[in-house]
Design a protein around this ligand. Structure first.
Ligand code: DX5
Ligand code: ZN
Length: 224
């Protein structure tokens, strides 16, 4: 099942509970939360207290994307705050295997994120111990950027890798996805499709999620 995953980065933070309720009515089952530290990326966003507050206002799966240095110092805190899945950047982890183990031990799904320029080939050996892979389709840090087209080739390659290894792990994509390029993204092989500005800057986020779910479902007939 392909999931449309709204990123609250583009939501109105003063009305977060209502914004989340709205996309939930549209059919969203996963909410994406972007954590930035001003070091791994230049932007700053939220920490565990916000995840904890969001946890109190929804039962949906909370997918936390850590764009921070030394994520091993914080992963357990984010799981305790209510994250169902936590992803860390390959580029930020000196001991990736150990950090993934920490996330799993804390009780959440463990994901690896790759920046656009990092090849999926670095995942060859670790793929068996990750629960999902997030491929960045923009340089991380800000919403509202354009999808980098070569990332769709990476999605296709990763799709072949997981098939060859008989793994069912979801492929997540993040950045520059909106209604107009959704079919192409789904056909490349993505399962969790993050969209921030495409949903929250649309005139009717609830209807946009509903419509994107329908488009995604009908595009799954023709998958790579
Ligand atoms: C960017 C974040 C994204 C962001 C995507 O670094 O990781 O999750 O919210 O925003 P859009 O969909 O607007 O590109
Ligand atoms: Zn993200």
């Amino acid at each position: 099942m392909v999931e449309i995953v709204p990123s609250i980065l583009s939501a109105n933070f003063a009305r977060l509970a209502e914004e989340i309720a709205c996309v939930e009515r549209g059919g969203a089952r996963i909410i994406h939360l972007d954590v930035m530290d001003g070091r791994f990326v230049s932007n700053l966003t939220i920490g565990p207290p916000v995840v904890e507050s969001v946890r109190k206002c929804t039962k949906l799966h909370l997918d936390v994307h850590l764009m921070i240095e030394e994520p091993e110092r914080y992963v357990t805190q984010f799981v305790k705050a209510g994250a169902n899945s936590v992803s860390v950047h390959y580029e930020a982890c000196r001991h990736l295997d150990g950090t993934l183990a920490l996330i799993r031990q804390a009780g959440a799904m463990a994901g690896v994120v790759l920046n656009p320029a990092t090849s999926v080939s670095v995942l060859e050996d670790v793929l068996g111990v990750v629960d999902y892979v997030l491929l960045m389709s923009v340089n991380p840090g800000f919403g509202g950027q354009k999808l980098i087209p070569y990332v769709l080739d990476k999605v296709r390659r990763l799709n072949m890798m997981r098939r060859a290894k008989n793994l069912a792990l979801p492929i997540e994509i993040d950045g520059g996805v909106h209604r107009e390029n959704l079919v192409e993204v789904v056909r490349a092989g993505c399962d969790w499709i993050v969209t921030g500005s495409g949903v929250f800057h649309s005139p009717d986020p609830e209807a946009t999620v509903r419509e994107m779910r329908e488009i995604a479902a009908s595009a799954t007939d023709v998958r790579c």
